[in-house]
Ligand binder design. Structure first.
Ligand SMILES: [Zn+2]
Length: 409
């Protein structure tokens, strides 16, 4: 036992020390008090008008950011003093040794030769593994624990043409987890602010949407870091949760996220909405069929003991419309439709604890019309985060790590 205790203390302290402090990111936005300029792009429901480029109040000094939509080490970010200091603050000798993966000539991930039986790297793309094998690595969230609960998530925003969609969610007092791409946040900053204003749960979705396991350690770090920095710069909050493009992560990528205090959120139902009309064999009917199947699962006993997390997108107006079309039936067939911070009882999904999310119980025990209302309580701190073992915050993280390992022993 003493041996284990010594081991645990070493492990816990090395994991905690390895975390990078992101609290110094610059931002002029107070996330509890801000206004969104009243311009056609933020108010119009016409796609062309919404998506006209605008000069925002946020100065983007090009030399301080990666190239938009290019790998986040671009524009010499990998040799900048800021990034070099960040990179050197991490003890890379502890990093899992999973190899950098490759793509096939057809543009898919090359899975050839990977040992899917033993799954040494907990590679989700190969095995859908969500429980890391590497120590000191945050495990993924892939489901909502509460029965008959639809975990609502939208990837690839902020999309310039989302005003009608966000209005619809707001009218229905419906919060979702929004996975924002760093490049989109700098391109459409008021779109990101709208997400925060409406009380959505904002998360990172990388800078350039590459397959993360095909990137080097330096590139993975830069993708996560500059996305978090962009979200903080614009909205004033630093996300502690993120999602890899196409769910592509393994223990090496997870471990790098853990160094930034970040935990991945995946899904267990995929609408394939983005692929309609762009991938052979997937039509709008295919996507509607998937929605209908998943809706049925809410009342046929499939989710009698736990809920789901559904992957959908705000990548274009077709994908947003799929959800709007099916939302009334989702509400009818599921007891609860909630964002992931709420379903996981994560009171503080951001580094800045001035924003608190309600517990699942508090959120769903109010009357139905306000159950998923604005929910974010600016200025309220110290709310319980019981049940959240994925946060990487000091004592709570260490306590949970001990708990996990003692069970394992
Ligand atoms: Zn995506």
């Amino acid at each position: 036992m003493w041996k284990y205790q010594a081991f645990l203390i070493t492990l816990a302290s090395s994991a905690a020390l390895a975390a990078v402090d992101l609290s110094k990111f610059p931002s002029k936005t107070d996330p509890t008090k801000f206004t969104i300029p009243d311009i056609p792009q933020t108010t119009s429901l016409d796609v062309a008008t919404e998506c006209q480029y605008y000069q925002s109040n946020f100065t983007i000094e090009k030399s301080e950011w990666p190239t938009i939509w290019d790998i986040a080490t671009s524009n010499n970010m990998n040799t900048s003093t800021e990034f070099t200091n960040l990179y050197n603050s991490i003890d890379w000798t502890q990093a899992p040794k999973a190899p950098v993966r490759s793509m096939t000539p057809q543009g898919g991930l090359n899975l050839v030769g990977y040992d899917t039986v033993n799954d040494p790297d907990c590679w989700w793309s190969a095995t859908q593994c969500v429980k890391p094998k590497a120590q000191g690595t945050n495990g993924d969230i892939s489901t909502c624990p509460e029965p008959e609960t639809w975990g609502l998530t939208f990837d690839d925003g902020p999309n310039c043409s989302h005003n009608a969609f966000y209005d619809y969610l707001e009218t229905n007092k419906q919060r979702a987890s929004m996975f924002y791409i760093g490049s989109n946040v700098l391109n459409w900053p008021y779109g990101a602010l709208r997400g925060l204003k409406d009380g959505h749960h904002l998360c990172g979705h990388t800078w350039s949407h590459k397959m993360m396991t095909t990137l080097t350690n330096q590139e993975v770090l830069a993708e996560l870091y500059y996305t978090a920095k962009a979200i903080k710069y614009v909205t004033g909050i630093t996300p502690l949760y993120w999602r890899p493009a196409l769910g592509d992560l393994d223990d090496r990528v997870r471990w790098i996220g853990t160094q930034l205090n970040m935990t991945a959120i995946l899904w267990n139902l995929d609408t394939d909405d983005w692929a309609a009309n762009s991938t052979p064999g997937i039509t709008p009917d295919t996507v509607n069929g998937k929605y209908l199947d998943y809706i049925k699962m809410g009342s046929n006993g499939t989710f009698a003991k736990s809920g789901n997390i559904v992957l959908s997108h705000e990548i274009n107006n077709m994908t947003m419309d799929f959800f709007v079309d099916h939302y009334p039936a989702i509400k009818e067939n599921y007891k609860h439709v909630v964002d992931i911070a709420t379903c996981q009882n994560i009171a503080h999904p951001y580094l800045e604890e001035v924003i608190t999310f309600p517990s699942f119980e508090a959120s769903t025990s109010q009357n139905a019309s306000t159950a998923t209302g604005s929910g974010v309580v600016p200025g309220a701190t110290g709310a319980s985060s019981a049940g959240n073992t994925n946060s990487f915050n000091g004592p709570l993280f260490i306590a949970s790590l001990f708990g996990l390992l003692l069970v394992a022993v």
